[in-house]
Design a protein around this ligand. Structure first.
Ligand SMILES: Cc1cc2nc3c(=O)[nH]c(=O)nc-3n(C[C@H](O)[C@H](O)[C@H](O)COP(=O)(O)O)c2cc1C
Length: 326
């Protein structure tokens, strides 16, 4: 399949694996890129620019195909060493960066000078237009269904994607709730040039996370996610568990008075315990409503090949038949 996104990134299939904290290691990114999609290493999980440089080198040993790095800009008292991370990306010869969180404008000159293509993740049309105006090459439009941070506007992809298509000149991918060939065809129909998946890629053989997490995704339904940190205007969609129930009880009790300190036990530094040790109640972890569409744990290549087969069959057979019958 050829779209503006496959052309922009030099990839075979219009499928991207979004940055994921403690999931987006070289094994994950390389498996996706090797299968013809775009795999992405998550910079901040590495903890330092030196570790990121090593992770990029490791990924390059596993695949000769293009892969990217995610840079997430979060509000922090002591910001991570972003210039150092960017240096590691440039020196490592990576040509694609997924930015997310705050406006990446400050960092674009460094990236552009190195010939890097930037795709910025946005949860609204106005942020997408901003990304376009500051020189991003593409956007990943993240609807309300998405795992992780859906923003505060609560607009699902059935509205957000066609709205983005009405306004944007640069290409965009649909992100949030994407799982299979049906998702891809729907995304294309709504104006996107491909799709970005997070949660679905966690339930694959190569995802470098504990099997308990994969089994939890297969067991979960579309009703099992919760929104946390709304009162802090840092909304995150997570899978419900004992820690999340506790956190929501605190939010109810403390109301607008709640601060990050009140919930640090449920959200601070919990990812390694969940993703590596498989302690499923250790804290809150990002998960999309798309968990309801995850029923198996294939290899990444099986998943991507199946998506492309399904998408082509829907377009060439089901939709064509319907159009011809009209
Ligand atoms: C476990 C997990 C961790 C994530 N961590 C990050 C992150 O560190 N930075 C980021 O930009 N997005 C992060 N995301 C969001 C994904 O890149 C992607 O936008 C989102 O998962 C898409 O929605 P979906 O889960 O419905 O596919 C994370 C998502 C998950 C599920």
């Amino acid at each position: 399949m050829k779209t503006r996104i496959t052309e922009l990134f030099g990839i075979e299939h219009p499928i991207i694996q979004g940055g994921m904290h403690f999931v987006g290691f070289a094994e994950m990114a390389a498996a996706v890129s090797q299968a013809g999609g775009l795999g992405i290493i998550t910079a901040l999980t590495q903890g330092s620019p030196e570790n990121l440089a090593r992770e990029i080198a490791r990924c390059r040993q596993m695949t000769g195909k293009p892969f990217g790095v995610n840079l997430t800009f979060l509000p922090a008292l002591t910001p991570p060493d972003y210039p150092g991370y960017i240096e590691a990306i440039v020196d490592g010869g990576v040509k694609i960066v997924e930015t997310a969180g705050n406006n990446p404008q400050q960092w674009l000159p460094m990236l552009k000078e190195a010939g890097i293509k930037v795709i910025h993740k946005c949860t609204s049309v106005r942020h997408s237009l901003k990304a376009e105006s500051i020189g991003c090459d593409a956007v990943s439009v993240d609807g309300f269904e998405c795992g992780g941070h859906p923003g505060e506007d609560d607009v699902p992809n059935f509205i957000l994607l066609p709205r983005a298509a009405e306004e944007l000149e640069i290409p965009f991918v649909a992100s949030g709730g994407m799982a299979d060939g049906r998702s891809l065809v729907a995304a294309l129909a709504l104006g996107a040039e491909g799709m970005n998946m997070g949660t679905r890629f966690m339930a694959t053989k190569e995802a470098p996370i504990h099997d308990n997490v994969k089994q939890a995704l297969v067991a979960a339904s579309e009703l099992d996610t919760r929104l946390i940190m709304r009162p802090l205007r840092n909304t995150e969609r997570v899978l419900k568990n004992a820690a999340v129930e506790r956190l929501i009880a605190k939010e109810k009790e403390l109301g607008a008075k709640i601060t990050f300190k009140d919930i640090v036990a449920e959200v601070g530094g919990v990812y390694p315990r969940i993703m590596k040790q498989g302690e499923m109640d250790a804290g809150a972890w990002s998960c999309g409503m798309v968990a309801g569409l995850i029923h198996d744990i294939p290899t990444v290549k099986e998943l991507i090949d199946r998506i492309m087969r399904e998408a082509e069959e829907i377009i060439a057979s089901r939709l064509t038949r319907m159009a011809k019958a009209a």
